[in-house]
Design a protein around this ligand. Structure first.
Ligand SMILES: Nc1ncnc2c1ncn2[C@@H]1O[C@H](COP(=O)(O)OP(=O)(O)OP(=O)(O)O)[C@@H](O)[C@H]1O
Length: 474
């Protein structure tokens, strides 16, 4: 993929509140301690997973077992400790394509929350050589993600899956709090954001010469977004030719797909049509809110429900995230916010407290729209409907279909049930919602807010149902 191509692609894009990264650099090398970054509370939204995995039409369905796929015994043990019994559809399809030799590139798509992370992590763990101390300290696989939160989450997944692999050391390459010269990345797997990785390679603290696999998670966003796309291309240009390139996302809009095919030439592909993308377990609803004040009032009305499980409220700008947080806090509600305006360890502290269930309501921008996996999230609110600028125009907006899908996909993870409510405050927004509905061939139902008791009853019922379902591991 050429640099010019990336430039023109990035031009047509929305402006998410992202972690674009020519910021200071950090190194955080971790050993293989299991799952320390993925601590979640012990209550979860449960489903009968075995039923879903036995239904051929479900994205979690598979006929094979992890053993059939030919994974190393120690990796199988890691999966079993994590409670993974059977692969999902995307895992069953992607793993044989990824693990074949000679290695082939892959462009992989599947619905949100269906286990794409495990698909690329299992390939990485299967390909790295940990047979000597020198190999253990040589970067062999690089995984890039758009945000520090997602990079840290992926590190947690690798730690958990690779917990029985002796000598596995994972490096996290995300922006540091302060400018500091990082130590050499002496680890076999590196997960990071593109700007920080680019900087580390330039400073020669990350030796890319032995890298065998490059993964882009949320690949459409990584290639499309202004800044990130250029950084990814620059990083790839510094890596050995012929390394395996793996691109995963729930969405690959056609204009990005073309670039993806250049970035990962001759790739095997697993793709979906956009009417196959919505997740059955996510109940999509909307509320009419005439004014900004009504939106706020409705959010406060919903507060009691928001705290039943965990909830994420998506807003358009950093400023409105802070404003809503301040106002709700002043009125005695407990909410947290995370945007690109805060940095480093402060961001880590917010997401960690949300993951642990200490903070149950998180107000955020598109920075957390993608990839974040917190199984207790039972409610997502689109306080502001996601929009993008029409190509070539800084004035005309259209619905941001991809972001809508990723945002609502923060709930309903791996067969769980969740609710997504979009606030609609103008005729234009109402039209956008209808376009989203048509685009995904889905149904977004109106909630009548004239009787709040009824609203509460209805949403509680959906959330309760999900919580009442039987044991996830059965
Ligand atoms: N085979 C499996 N068995 C049980 N749980 C699984 C399995 N595969 C993945 N999971 C769990 O499903 C959840 C969602 O997985 P993951 O985060 O990889 O989804 P994703 O497809 O990457 O979603 P997104 O598109 O939102 O990034 C995680 O909590 C993960 O631990």
């Amino acid at each position: 993929m050429s640099t010019e191509a990336a430039g023109s692609l990035a031009d047509r894009v929305t402006k998410p509140d992202e972690d674009v990264a020519d910021k200071p650099v950090s190194q955080e090398v971790k050993d293989g301690a299991p799952g320390s970054e993925l601590q979640e509370p012990d209550y979860t939204v449960e489903v009968k997973l075995s039923d879903l995995q036995a239904d051929p039409n479900n994205p979690l369905y598979s006929v094979k077992s992890f053993e059939d796929i030919g994974l190393d015994e120690r990796i199988l043990k890691g999966l079993s400790t994590m409670g993974f019994r059977k692969p999902s559809k995307v895992q069953e399809r992607a793993l044989p394509l990824l693990m074949g030799n000679p290695p082939k590139n892959l462009i992989g798509q599947s619905q949100s929350g269906t286990g794409k992370t495990a698909a690329f992590v299992l390939n990485v763990l299967s390909r790295i050589d940990l047979s000597t101390p020198q190999a253990q300290q040589t970067p062999q696989a690089l995984i890039l993600a758009p945000t520090r939160e997602l990079a840290r989450q992926i590190v947690g997944v690798i730690q958990a899956m690779g917990q029985y692999l002796d000598g596995l050391v994972i490096g996290t390459a995300v922006p540091a709090d302060r400018q500091s010269r990082p130590a050499a990345m002496t680890c076999s797997v590196i997960v990071g954001t593109p700007g920080t990785v680019q900087d580390m390679v330039k400073r020669r603290v990350l030796n890319p010469t032995q890298l065998k696999v490059l993964v882009l998670d949320e690949a459409d966003n990584m290639l499309e977004q202004q800044g990130l796309g250029d950084q990814c291309i620059r990083v790839k240009a510094m890596l050995p030719r012929g390394l395996q390139v793996v691109l995963f996302s729930a969405t690959f809009p056609p204009h990005v797909h073309r670039y993806a095919e250049k970035f990962a030439p001759d790739a095997n592909e697993i793709t979906l049509q956009h009417d196959e993308l919505t997740v059955e377990g996510i109940r999509q609803l909307y509320m009419d809110c005439d004014t900004e004040e009504v939106k706020y009032a409705n959010l406060v009305h919903l507060y009691g429900l928001l705290t039943v499980g965990s909830s994420i409220i998506f807003v358009k700008t950093r400023a409105s995230a802070v404003e809503i947080e301040k106002r709700m806090t002043a009125e005695g509600h407990t909410v947290a916010s995370l945007t690109g305006a805060i940095e480093g360890s402060q961001r880590d502290a917010v997401i960690d407290s949300f993951r642990s269930g200490e903070a149950k309501v998180l107000i955020t921008t598109n920075v957390l729209a993608r990839g974040i996996d917190v199984s207790t999230v039972s409610l997502v609110v689109n306080y502001d409907i996601p929009t993008a600028f029409v190509a070539g125009s800084r004035a005309q907006e259209e619905p941001d279909y991809q972001t809508y899908l990723h945002r609502i996909g923060r709930t309903g993870r791996f067969g769980r049930i969740g609710v997504a409510i979009t606030f609609v405050s103008s005729r234009e927004e109402w039209q956008m919602l209808h376009k989203i509905q048509d685009h995904f061939a889905t149904n977004i139902e109106r909630i009548d807010t004239s009787d709040w008791d009824e609203v509460e009853e209805m949403i509680k019922k959906i959330i309760k149902n999900s919580r009442a379902q039987s044991d996830f591991s059965k």
